[in-house]
Design a protein around this ligand. Sequence first.
Ligand code: SFD
Ligand code: AMP
Length: 623
Amino acid sequence: MANFETVEIKTDVLICGGGMAACGAAVEAAYWAKKNGLKVTLVDKAAMDRSGAVAMGLSAINQYVGLKDGQNTLKDYCNYVRNDLMGVTREDLVTNIARHVDSSVHLMEKWGLPIWTDADGKYVHEGRWQLMINGESYKVLVAEAAKNALGMENIHERVFLVEPIIENGKAVGAVGFSTRENKFYVFKCKTMLVCMGGAVHVFRPRSIGEGLGRSWYPPFNSGASTYFTLKAGAEMTCQEVRFIPVRFKDAYGPVGAWFLLFKSRATNALDENYMQTRRDELEKWKPYGLVKPVPANLRNWLMMLDVMEGKGPILMRTEEAIEKLSQEAPDEKSRKKKLKELESEAWEDFLDMTISQAILWAATNTAPEEKPSEIAACEPYFIGSHSGASGAWVSGPEDIAPPEYFWGYSHMTTVKGMFAAGDASGASSHKFSSGSLTEGRICGKAMVKYAVENTDEPTIDNAKVEALKKAILAPLDMFEEHKGYTVDPDVNPNYIRPKQFMFRLQKIMDEYAGGVTAQFTTSKKNLDKGLELLDFLREDSEKIAAENLHELTRAWENIHRMWQAESHIRTILFREETRWPGYYFRSDFPSMKDDWLVFANCIWHPESGEWEMVKRDIKYISV
Ligand code: SFD
Ligand code: AMP
């Protein structure tokens, strides 16, 4: 067996991940832990300064309610989220995050985040809920706050967490390995937060060749959150609710600023605005089809209908929007000044968060004030914090959660001591960066309470740890043992390399579970076939080989993705209707049904290895 030193770390509160939710949790948990003499430890597979979805920065804060300014009420936000998710949402969770999110935004401003203000010193809104920021260094300064709160001695960067440890139904630790040194890590804890983001590259991406890996979502969030919660036996929710963003084509630049701030139209190649020409289609999806704003999946759907009729390419009319806004200026001199401002805002929107889109504009001689740019639907992602909803089923807060949704600690999963936040917790969409940080803070506080009230020291069976170490490092041994069998180490009958494993997974998902090449359409027959092929893939996961630590990371990322994939297929299969056209369409159940206005949840039972599918009622609350 590969020779790895075992490093054991004992802590009270373990934060798995180093992204927005993790940083929020670190700041809050550190505060309460200090009062109670507890230790908090954070583990990130990457370097926190640039890890996770906010790595490149962001150009907006997408959740700000503005409660104090009287701009909106909690009910307004709940209505918005419920409608956008076609009725399927946990209003207790959405409200809990929404009532604390403004204070998180103010905290981030205090940490140094530049939020745009107007001449009166008021925040500049992108849309009703979104604030414009100069956010290139957003993640750096949020990470700095977390580091200051915890101290570097309690932060382990570049440690890839592979597996949770559950004893007697309680989360007591996690194991992983260093991505740089031959070290195997065992973390023992009283309570843990799962916040390792969502998942990408479960489906075949549009990008190929040199562009392979380019996606809207960060390629390094690979399903660890779903894997951890599923493997622990936690109940999961909305695993069918993938997110398909519409983005500037090929470099995945954001569209929010164009639609909301610049008030741009998107048209097909015939200069038709599909939001107008396809308006009748929205009737089929009422009541949600008739709300404002039109839900994200339905906006996608209307666009897709045009594409399927061959009316593409679809264009963001940047030139038209800039011209129109500049015309608002009172005279020619100020119009020219305004034009310059708009041009620079357009470029900054990309440079703040999707630099490659600015590069693509430069490479294709695109001046946004002169010509439109193509937009397209991306491949599917799992991101419970944006306009998808997949994640763990967590407890609501005591004061507002209906009894069915409350089991003791805010945002704790159905496994004792295991909490989830950000992309890792489900049915509470539209949290984005600020809401994820807020949910992390909520968990940080609740976890310290849990650790104070549940004082049992974590006991972990040594034999179990040794067995995990052997299994986790096995891909290295597999490669060493068989690498000499063939001239080309990529082609070997004894093993499969992580990249090839990923291609197989993506092909299955793309063709059978409604990916890009299947026009996001699937059916029972297709899903059954997909599950059959996933069975073979799972068998072959025993044969994954890794040449070095880098590939060992890739190997486990893909195994995590495989579990995300299976829970997705099973849940789409379970929900016998189409509720989110534009995200996926079931050709055998092509409409929305009243009796499916429920949560579709799943549980993988660790003792039996069986999957259980359950319906849970949706309880709206009055706030
Ligand atoms: O609009 C392991 N998001 C946006 N939010 C906004 O508020 N404004 C925007 O402008 C946003 N846009 C945007 C957004 C996302 C992306 C990808 C793009 C653009 C291109 C959404 C937010 O970014 C998102 O809601 C939050 O970041 C979610 O927070 P969290 O904590 O759930 O996930 P994370 O930040 O990605 O962090 C994950 C962490 O886990 C680590 N990790 N660590 C150890 N072991 C493992 N096995 C691990 N696997 C992962 C990661 O390294 C990371 O630290 S807009 O254009 O859409
Ligand atoms: P995006 O860049 O698509 O992630 O959008 C950023 C924010 O704007 C998110 O809160 C989206 O839900 C919202 N948004 C984007 N496009 C529209 C639109 N056409 N109508 C309403 N809201 C939108």
